[in-house]
Design a protein around this ligand. Structure first.
Ligand code: MF3
Ligand code: CO
Ligand code: CO
Length: 253
């Protein structure tokens, strides 16, 4: 495992890219409405990112065909935008944006609700965000990653009968798209990575509205990850810097 401790110049660059990724989601927010296709949102995101002098990291990444991920309802992550998929009332949706600006990566995702949604769907989205923020709040140098993220998230969501996906993780980020270490969102049960100032990681729990954490990748497109039981799934993601005192969220506008 090779964890990159970022220097001041890298931190500045990664912060700028992270801010742009967050601003891309701000820009998309009022455009995500009933009747709009996921392809239209993809194209608007592409233009916004290019117009700001950056590139969408997803485009062409390991053959991914689009600029962002759009993951609806039982899709856990890596949903591929399509001109045949239109937002409809009751949908919950994750939009995941990763930018490359001056060579630096920023990675963030948010949930969107196509109102009206069920109380169950809204609760899943709200509690998944709280789980992410609780984990981020607990990050600090000198602590172990699993103690702050995996344990905190699993302990928080289990009270609702939810399961945290195990086979997909957060990651180091900034100089590359996916760096060491992997950030597990369930309790590993042991001390793993000792946190240090200058580490930059994503926290991006995928939480199923079910007691089943299992997922399956669509064999036809090789990307779309769904819950095995058809349950709804939600995800939120921030890129965070470990500081001398705690952690700073970089993917803020
Ligand atoms: N942005 C995703 C993450 O949070 C990765 C997407 S990879 C892609 O790590 F190829 F599907 F875009
Ligand atoms: Co990520
Ligand atoms: Co992401």
């Amino acid at each position: 495992m090779k964890i990159i401790i970022k220097n001041e110049e890298q931190i500045k660059g990664i912060k700028r890219s992270s801010q742009l990724a967050s601003q891309t989601l701000d820009y998309l927010t009022p455009l995500i409405k009933e009747g709009v296709s996921t392809q239209e949102i993809n194209d608007l995101a592409y233009q916004f990112i290019i117009n700001h002098g950056a590139r969408p990291a997803a485009l062409g990444y390991m053959g991914f065909p689009k600029s962002i991920c759009t993951s609806l309802n039982d899709v856990v992550c890596h949903g591929i935008p399509s001109s045949a998929v239109f937002f409809k009332k009751g949908d919950i949706l994750n939009v995941d944006v990763t930018t490359i600006l001056d060579g630096f990566y920023g990675d963030t995702s948010r949930m969107f609700l196509i109102e009206p949604v069920t109380d169950e769907a809204r609760k899943l989205v709200v509690e998944t965000k709280k789980a992410m923020l609780k984990a981020i709040d607990s990050l600090a140098p000198g602590k172990y990653l699993n103690h702050c993220v995996g344990r905190v998230i699993e302990d928080y969501v289990k009270q609702f009968g939810y399961a945290s996906v195990r086979s997909l993780t957060g990651h180091g980020v900034g100089v590359e798209f996916h760096e060491d270490p992997s950030v597990f969102h369930f309790n590993l049960g042991f001390d793993d990575v000792l946190l240090e100032p200058g580490m930059i990681l994503t926290v991006e729990p995928m939480i199923n509205a079910s007691d089943n954490y299992q997922v399956r990748t669509d064999p036809d497109d090789g990307w779309t990850v769904r819950t095995v039981d058809g349950a709804l799934s939600a995800q939120w993601e921030h890129t965070v810097l470990i500081t001398r005192k705690g952690a700073e969220i970089l993917t803020l506008s």
